[in-house]
Design a protein around this ligand. Sequence first.
Ligand code: MG
Ligand code: MG
Length: 270
Amino acid sequence: MSKVILKTKDEIELIRESALIVSKTLGMLASEIIPGVTTLKLDKLAESFIRDNGAKPGFLGLYDFPNTLCVSPNSQVVHGLPNNTPLKDGDIVSIDCGVLKNGFYGDHAYTFCVGDVEPKIKDLLEVTKNSLYKGITEFKFGNRIGDIGYAIQNYCESKGYGVVRELVGHGLGKTMHESPEVPNYGRRGQGKKLDNGMVLAIEPMINLGTHKINQLKDGWTILTKDNLPSAHFEHNVALIDGKPNLLSTFKFIDSALGVKCDDEFPFTKL
Ligand code: MG
Ligand code: MG
């Protein structure tokens, strides 16, 4: 695997700028995600919003991906393609968005409820989001990559969920996917050492049932093997002065949805 590229504080601020545009894009989408909306409409809204903010969609054209957003409803895990099928009451939908600005990428994701979602599925979303912060907590000087994955896996499996193995988080910078890989499973004390200047996209993909996945013939969409729902939450995080510092935020989503959430607070102070 290629070498980890450590970032300067100035470079981290540029990544923060890109990440913030993604955060605002997801916040804008939050109030559009209602029964009847098509995922292609969400994609077009996101593309306009990103361009209006002086950035480029980061996924569009990357590895020949055809859209601005990866939109993955229900049993789709990640990499779903926007289309003209309306979302329905009770669906969940994972939206992953990337942007490129000043030569640096931002890349994060959130799983939204569409209308009224059954409690069992809401719990999956809650646990997946919590697991993201458990992983971020381990992103500190002296730890290793395996500590992040261990924290996510241990927590999610204790709730009976499946942790996707084939898709992982990654380093983030001038390219969307840099070294190191950041698996959502692992062993304490294993893997690359975490160092100041690392910027990671940490992104648990957690299934209600089996961890096993399939890919559709479209060459993109990943879905659960048992067709049960899957959730995906992603943040961009820098290691600064030994501690994890969030570059992305869900606060725009929270304010659009009218919820109050303090999860990010420990990771926001420099
Ligand atoms: Mg992503
Ligand atoms: Mg990512």
